[in-house]
Design a protein around this ligand. Sequence first.
Ligand SMILES: C[S@@+](CC[C@H](N)C(=O)[O-])C[C@H]1O[C@@H](n2cnc3c(N)ncnc32)[C@H](O)[C@@H]1O
Length: 275
Amino acid sequence: MSDAPTNPNKALWEKGDFTRIAESMRESGETLIEDLGISEGQTVLDLGCGDGTTALPAARRGANVLGVDIASNLVAAGNRRAESEGLSNCRFQEGDASDLNALADDSFDVVVSIFGAMFAPKPFDVAKEMVRVTRPSGTVVMGNWIPNDPTLVAQILRISSAYSPPPPEGFISPMTWGVEDNVIERFAGAGVPEEKIAFERDTYTFRCPGAPAELLARFRTYYGPTMNAFEAAAAHGREADLQAELEALFNAQNASQSDDATSIPATFLRVTVAV
Ligand SMILES: C[S@@+](CC[C@H](N)C(=O)[O-])C[C@H]1O[C@@H](n2cnc3c(N)ncnc32)[C@H](O)[C@@H]1O
């Protein structure tokens, strides 16, 4: 019997190798954690942590960090990264943001989820779980991509969806987490009033050596959602069209002045919830 994952959410993120995309996001992860003022001795949950782009910087600042992610390959990669840096205060384990049954109530000072929990199904359950595991007076911080935003990630998803089959009935787009009213409604369902939620626009910058086409190649080869879009496009002989559209996007968004480096800023909604 095959032990292939049957949870499509898990399968999507175990496909490819998100660490190859995360490598282009490290600087922004560090800047965000600095900006949050994470400090020694705090307990931090990084939810949908990938291989630790925000978990490791938080641990370097002396926080006790748990990274939780649905993808077992990313959990393993995070543990390897923490071990190689000798960060005994940072560990990673598998879990689903929709149901954090392994975690006790009121466990964390800060719950951070940067482009992580937004991808879990059942957004109302996700909000409840994030609030449940945060201690009273603690903070939840989410980074969520914004639907129809003109910058990189929203545009990749928009272009890709035109080549992909329609989602299954009842599917709630992760991008709905980038709409303030939805965020307010979901946290209201978790008992948090609107006045305890703050929103701001922030920027993550994707950086990598080489031309924008090389960053796109990483998405095409290693990023589950883009891999799926290329597979769907190939089924209709439209791979070249998708490649051309994405190449035009990556080139247009590249802000680097240098021929051998790419730097693409992308706007996201930063949500801060006072629990
Ligand atoms: C775009 S990546 C971001 C990873 C990381 N936060 C970062 O900034 O590099 C999305 C992450 O969310 C994780 N994820 C998706 N659905 C999840 C779920 N239901 N529960 C926990 N993690 C999930 C994926 O496995 C992946 O690591």
